[in-house]
Design a protein around this ligand. Structure first.
Ligand code: ATP
Ligand code: MG
Ligand code: FE
Length: 351
C-alpha cells in the first residue's frame, strides 16, 4: 500500500508518502514548521496557524508527491489528521485530503493524531504489540497501553500542563525564546540542578497521573525572590526544573512497566517515548535508566519522527487499511478526540 499522509493539527504543515505495511518505506517526508510565524507571540496563535497551513499545504503536498516520485494514480489512499488539535488547522488538512481523495477516486482515512504518535515505533522499529507508550509533547503527556491497531488504553495523564507546555511556559517566564524546550535544555547544561529545591508533584501518590503546573509555580516563586535574575540563576532554575521533570517521568515509567508486567506476564516489556520532549537528552537518559533497571527495552524513534510529521499519519492510515477497507469521507474535524475512542466502530463511518 502507498499512502499520502497530511498533518496540520498544530504548527507544522506536513505531507509524506509511505509504503507498507511489510518492509515499510518512507518515500518522502516534508515538514514546514511555523516557528517563525509564532515566535513574536511566544507561542502558537491558532488563527495564524490556520492561515499559514492554507498558504503552503498545496505546495507541501506537491513536494511530497514529487520527492516520492508518485502521482495520485499511484497511491492507494489519502490519510489526514482529523483531530485532536487546533480546529482551524485540522479543517485545512482534512478538507484538502478529502478533495484529493475525491478527485483521485481513492479512499480517505481519518487519523487520530495521537494514534500517529502511538504507532510510529512500528514504522521505525517494527515493534509488535503490546507495548507501553509515553507521549510527551506540547499538548499531551500520557502513558498509553498499545495492544493493537485501534486498541489503546490510557493508563495515566497529566492533570494540568503537558510537559512541553511546562517547558514553554518556564522559558517564557525566564525570558528565553520559543519553543521553550530546546532553550531550557541549553541553559540547563550550565546550571546546578540542586541549587533550587523543586517539587516532585504527585509522586507521593500511586497510579500514573502526573502534574507539572506546580513546578512552574515553584520556579516563578524562586525567580521572583531573586529579581533581577542573572544568567547563572536562570541556568540553575532551568537545571532544577529539568531534573524534576526527568525524575517524575522516570518514576512514573517504573510504575508503568510494573503494571505492564502484571498485565502481560509473557510479553517482553517495551517502553516507547514519543513527542517533542523526547528530544531532551536528560529526560531520554532518565527514561533509558528506568527501563534498563526494570529489564525493559527502551525505544525512541528518531527526533524527526517523534515530533509532528505526516509520515506517522500515512503509516497509521496504512495500519488501518491493512485491517480492511476504510471510508472516512463523512468524518468531521474533531478538536477533541480521546485516543480510546479511536477503537474500531466508534468513528461511525465505514469502521
Ligand atoms: P501535540 O503533538 O501534543 O499536538 P506539539 O505540536 O506541541 O503538540 P511536538 O511538536 O511533538 O508537539 O513537540 C513540541 C513540544 O516539545 C514543545 O512544547 C517544545 O518545547 C518541546 N520540546 C522540543 N524540544 C525539547 C527539548 N529538547 N526538551 C524539552 N522539550 C522540548
Ligand atoms: Mg509542534
Ligand atoms: Fe503531536
Amino acid at each position: 500500500l502507498t499512502v499520502l499522509g497530511i498533518e496540520t493539527s498544530c504548527d507544522e504543515t506536513a505531507a509524506a508518502v509511505v509504503r507498507g505495511p511489510g518492509h515499510p518505506q518512507i518515500l518522502s517526508d516534508v515538514i514546514r514548521s511555523q516557528i517563525d510565524e509564532h515566535t513574536d507571540f511566544g507561542g502558537v496563535v491558532p488563527e495564524i496557524a490556520a492561515r499559514a497551513h492554507i498558504a503552503v499545504l498545496d505546495r507541501i503536498v506537491a513536494e511530497a508527491m514529487q520527492e516520492a516520485d508518485v502521482g495520485f494514480d499511484d497511491i492507494d489512499a489519502v490519510a489526514a489528521t482529523a483531530g485532536p488539535g487546533l480546529i482551524g488547522g485540522v479543517i485545512v488538512g482534512l478538507m484538502t485530503a478529502k478533495a484529493i481523495a475525491m478527485a483521485a477516486g481513492k479512499p480517505l482515512v481519518a487519523v487520530n493524531h495521537l494514534e500517529g504518535h502511538a504507532l510510529t515505533a512500528r514504522l521505525t522499529d517494527g515493534l509488535d504489540f503490546p507495548y507501553l507508550l509515553l507521549l510527551v509533547s506540547g499538548g499531551h503527556s500520557q502513558f498509553l497501553l498499545v495492544t493493537g491497531v485501534g486498541a489503546y488504553e490510557r493508563l495515566g495523564t497529566t492533570i494540568d500542563d503537558a510537559v512541553g507546555e511546562a517547558f514553554d511556559k518556564t522559558a517564557k517566564l525566564l525570558g528565553l525564546p520559543y519553543p521553550g524546550g530546546p532553550a531550557v535544555e541549553r541553559m540547563a547544561r550550565a546550571g546546578d540542578p540542586d541549587r533550587f529545591a523543586m517539587p516532585r508533584p504527585l509522586l507521593d501518590r500511586p497510579g500514573l497521573d502526573m502534574s507539572f503546573a506546580g513546578l512552574k509555580t515553584a520556579l516563578r516563586t524562586q525567580a521572583q525572590k531573586l529579581e533581577p535574575v542573572d544568567e547563572q540563576t536562570v541556568a540553575d532554575l532551568c537545571a532544577g526544573f529539568q531534573r524534576a521533570v526527568a525524575e517524575v517521568l522516570a518514576a512514573r515509567t517504573r510504575t508503568a512497566l510494573t503494571l505492564f508486567r502484571d498485565r502481560f506476564p509473557d510479553a517482553p516489556p517495551v517502553i516507547v517515548v514519543a513527542g517533542g520532549v523526547a528530544a531532551n537528552a536528560e529526560i531520554r537518559a532518565a527514561l533509558t535508566a528506568a527501563a534498563t533497571d526494570a529489564g525493559a527495552r527502551f525505544v525512541a524513534p528518531p527526533a524527526r519522527l517523534c515530533t509532528d510529521n505526516a509520515a506517522m499519519i500515512a503509516w497509521a492510515g496504512i495500519e488501518h487499511l491493512a485491517q480492511g477497507p476504510v471510508d472516512d469521507m463523512a468524518v468531521s474535524p474533531r478538536p477533541r478526540w480521546p485516543l480510546d475512542e479511536t477503537a474500531a466502530g466508534k468513528l461511525g463511518s465505514g469502521r
